[in-house]
Design a binder for this molecule. Structure first.
Ligand SMILES: [Zn+2]
Length: 873
């Protein structure tokens, strides 16, 4: 009886296994795929045949797979017909008449799928100069739109792809093409070599009449590198063709493992939504404006942006592709590492670019997100598709990269690298977890590392480290920690970290001393017992991920004469600490503004940029009556440098830093400083450029057009729109669209918002116009009003397919709100709707928290800020 009951129960389990919620089981694993697709760029659908070799750990009569928007025409397992049972948006079951035994089996499926024309998820179309092309984007959960498959990062198998395409098209995929055969009806059959083991999200292809640019060979295996462009755009690959192989060489040399794939193609996608570039193994894709530019109008910022993105995507060929995160909760192993590695490669390769200073801006952006109680952890449990959609944020990328950098410095760069090399070798062509990585690093370096690192991985928030110098008896530093929280935060300060704090005496050039603060407070003796330093800086080299709160007059010394003894990265950090403490109520906003004035014209543009950031941040607290004083303060503080630089580059005597300073400082003074002369000159230059596409330095184009719009009227708006319909160049189109979003007349802002719904424009290009008017106090509520009034139309129009749901960005229209009535209206509209967008609930919660914090800051700091600006003549 008992036995019978058991048998009965287990057979019931076989027949009625519940549908997976998010993750497939591991009893049936794929071991190899062969996919044969027929796809034509102008078509609405494609057809496919897929053969999947699987292994069953135990008998089963139901096979679960991922499939989305696929129509299954026929399915067999080991040649027996299977009934297909779709389940929700992501899964389907193949039900067999009799159980399959444990061991290998073969699945064969014939199907059809959709080609997207308004998103960039799955297989999607992009158009260049009227010619359609096809591309793919599968990370995270969209390979299932192209193939029925086991769509999880831990299932790494070889893939063999065959594409049936028009004879006039070319096709590219992860591996080299191995054969091409003519077919009837103007078609041909292109087969690609079998891949090394890959997860489904890294499979990729591109189809269309592309041009191909030879970019040399890279690495010790002489891997061929090519840039794949839309037809006629080969010349735009000039810069990418010059630098890409060098970047691969440098990565390979750091990793100590050769480039893992047989070839490297880099493909330009005319328009993307939701991502910029993608690290598909051997076939990296980029939004076209990242990869390509007309050499005649290419800019420094575009080239540096490409170098940084390429270093990131190419670092992924090792971190992500060769060794893949086992599940999306460890996506930081891919993304934080690629970001950290890109920063490292650029700093070594181009020291003159001073990228370590620019990296700090990214770290501070992550700190702003991380100060919220709604912040994610770097290693956040993944329980829903919303969690997958939210995982690709600046906590994963930038906080992750900053934390890795902090522990790299603490461990020692050489030992850390040995750990990285060991990890890549040990897990090559497999998947790994955070634990696997930390074990590898700790083995090579310090045994305490894993526990300390986890305090940053597995909890949100930023440590605020209080620092006091004690000179009675043995000189020592007293450190204590709490969670940094801005004014009005509902968070608790009790969280604790194990923070490597590196302290540097400014009295001499002795090396920094690093202490691991692993309790709420501790005192550490300084190395040189003979003398107590007058000044110390407690984030030496600016590599720590914490806010420093100096006690006992140290801050005043550092802001005063001590600032000369700090390097530029430390000065940027000092300003950021002060701003953060003003936001938390531990310093006055006026103190931060005073420091901003002191550092406003620092020789390093990144220090000056931090100073401008403090002023802009205070701007939201300035009432309309004091706006003229605020603008006058900006002109007086920053105006002389802006006037010196002017809008136009001097071709002979301008270095890159001057050009980049110009592109940020001059529009800042023109707009925030309401500088009429600079505004008028921007309008004059903009009209000249629109007339003849000349007279504006490429690095200044966006700033010129957007500043002209800021003070421009209907004529200029109409002119920009007319030029948009005529302009083919993607970079120029981006600059024009950014300008369309920058007007201040509410009537014009409404026209810009309406362009999001205009069917003549590709929404993947215009979606950013949903935030038109957000930057100006007079018009900042218009995007919210627009989203409310056109909500249903927007949901139909926005790119929403796949896990990059543009509607999830709709709550961001509430970002500038800073008062209770606006907050109530925001909540009333979005609280029940945010759940309808993939990743929407967290975005909504974060915007709402930001509004509350702004209200609290306004209540606490307005009087001080008003006094500061009222006293400005
Ligand atoms: Zn990445």
């Amino acid at each position: 009886m008992r036995i019978l009951a058991l048998v009965f129960l287990s057979s019931l389990c076989l027949l009625a296994a519940a549908a997976p919620k998010l993750r497939l089981g591991t009893d049936i694993r794929p071991t190899r795929y062969a996919a044969d697709l027929t796809a034509v760029p102008a078509a609405a659908t494609f057809s496919g045949i897929i053969d999947i070799d699987v292994t069953l750990a135990k008998p089963a009569s139901l096979v679960w797979l991922n499939a989305t928007d696929l129509t299954i025409q026929q399915a067999t397992v080991n040649s027996q017909a299977a009934a297909v049972e779709p389940e929700g948006a992501d899964f389907m079951a193949l039900r067999l008449p009799a159980p399959l035994p444990a061991g290998p089996a073969k699945i064969h499926i014939v199907y059809q799928g959709k080609i997207s024309t308004n998103s960039s998820a799955g297989i999607f179309q992009g158009e260049d100069a009227g010619t359609p092309y096809l591309f793919t984007q599968f990370e995270s959960l969209d390979a299932r739109r192209a193939f029925p498959c086991f769509d999880q990062p831990d299932f790494k198998t070889p893939w063999q792809l065959t594409l049936n395409i028009r004879q006039t098209d070319n096709a590219f995929s992860n591996t080299p093409q191995v054969s091409e055969t003519a077919e009837p009806n103007g078609m041909k059959r292109v087969a690609f070599a079998e891949t090394k083991p890959l997860p489904s999200y890294l499979v990729a292809f591109a189809i269309g009449p592309f041009d191909v640019v030879d970019a040399g060979k890279a690495g010790r295996n002489h891997v061929p590198v090519r840039i794949v462009t839309p037809r006629g755009k080969a010349a735009q690959a000039t810069y990418a063709a010059q630098v890409t192989a060098t970047i691969v060489d440098r990565l390979e040399s750091y990793f100590g493992v050769p480039f893992p794939y047989e070839k490297l193609d880099e493909v330009a996608i005319p328009l993307v939504y939701g991502f910029g570039a993608m690290e598909n193994a051997g076939l990296v894709t980029y939004g076209q404006t990242i990869l390509l530019a007309d050499p005649a109008t290419d800019s420094i910022s575009r080239q540096r942006g490409y170098a940084s993105d390429a270093a990131h995507e190419l670092a992924h060929q090792w971190f992500g592709d060769l060794v893949t995160t086992a599940w999306w909760d460890d996506i930081w192993l891919n993304e934080a590492f690629a970001t950290w590695m890109s920063d490292r490669i650029l700093a070594e390769w181009q020291p003159d670019w001073n990228t370590r200073l620019t990296d700090l801006q990214s770290k501070f952006g992550a700190m702003e997100s991380d100060s919220l109680v709604t912040a994610r952890q770097i290693r956040q449990p993944i329980e829903s598709k919303d969690d997958v959609a939210n995982a690709f944020d600046n906590i994963t990328y930038e906080k992750g990269a900053a934390v890795i950098r902090m522990f790299e410095v603490w461990t020692g760069e050489r030992q850390f690298r040995a750990g990285v090399n060991a990890y890549l070798k040990r897990y090559a062509f497999r998947s790994a977890t955070a634990g696997d990585f930390l074990d590898s690093i700790a083995t090579a370096g310090k045994p305490q590392l894993a526990a300390a690192f986890k305090t940053f991985l597995d909890q949100p928030g930023i440590p605020e480290v209080s620092v006091e110098l004690k000179c009675t008896g043995q000189p020592r530093v007293a450190l204590s920690q709490k969670r940094y929280l801005p004014l009005g935060s509902t968070g608790a300060q009790g969280a604790q970290w194990q923070v490597p704090v590196c302290v540097r005496s400014l009295d001499d050039l002795s090396a920094a001393e690093c202490f691991l603060l692993d309790k709420p407070s501790a005192e550490f003796p300084l190395k040189n017992p003979g003398s107590c330093p007058a000044e110390i800086f407690a984030n030496a080299g600016a590599t720590g991920y914490y806010i420093t709160s100096y006690q006992g007059g140290l801050l005043e010394k550092l802001l005063g004469e001590g600032s000369d003894l700090l390097n530029a990265a430390e000065r940027v950090t000092l300003l950021h600490d002060l701003k953060a403490l003003a936001d938390s109520g531990d310093a006055r906003e006026s103190a931060a503004l005073t420091a901003a004035r002191t550092f406003a014209n620092s020789p390093e543009r990144q220090v000056a940029a931090e100073a401008r950031g403090i002023v802009t941040g205070a701007g939201i607290l300035v009432p309309a009556s004091l706006r003229p004083n605020y603008a006058a303060f900006i002109r007086r503080t920053f105006g002389a440098s802006a006037a010196d630089l002017g809008w136009s580059a001097q071709p002979d005597d301008d270095d890159a830093d001057t050009r980049l300073l110009r592109s940020s400082l001059v529009p800042f003074v023109a707009r925030e400083g309401d500088d009429g002369a600079l505004q008028a000159e921007a309008r004059r230059l903009a009209i000249g450029w629109l007339d003849g596409r000349k007279g504006v330095d490429p690095d200044m184009l966006r700033a010129v057009l957007s500043t002209a719009a800021f003070s421009g009227g209907q004529d200029l708006f109409d002119r920009l729109l007319a030029e948009l319909t005529k302009t083919q160049d993607r970079g120029q189109r981006r600059a024009i669209i950014a300008a369309l979003a920058g007007f201040r007349d509410p009537k014009i802002v409404r026209q810009a918002l309406a362009l999001v719904l205009d069917p003549r424009l590709d929404v993947r290009e215009t979606v950013g116009l949903i935030f038109s008017g957000l930057g100006s106090p007079q018009t900042q509520s218009l995007p919210f009003e627009f989203a409310k009034a056109h909500y249903d139309e927007l949901l139909k129009r926005l790119p929403r397919e796949g896990d990059l749901d543009a509607a999830a960005s709709l709550p961001l229209v509430g970002k500038p709100f800073c008062d209770e009535p606006s907050r109530r209206a925001f909540v009333e509209f979005f609280q029940d709707r945010a759940g309808n967008f993939l990743g929407g609930p967290r975005n909504y919660a974060q915007v709402l928290e930001g509004i509350r914090l702004c209200e609290a800051q306004r209540a606490a700091q307005s009087e001080d800020v008003e006094q500061f600006f009222a006293q400005q003549p």
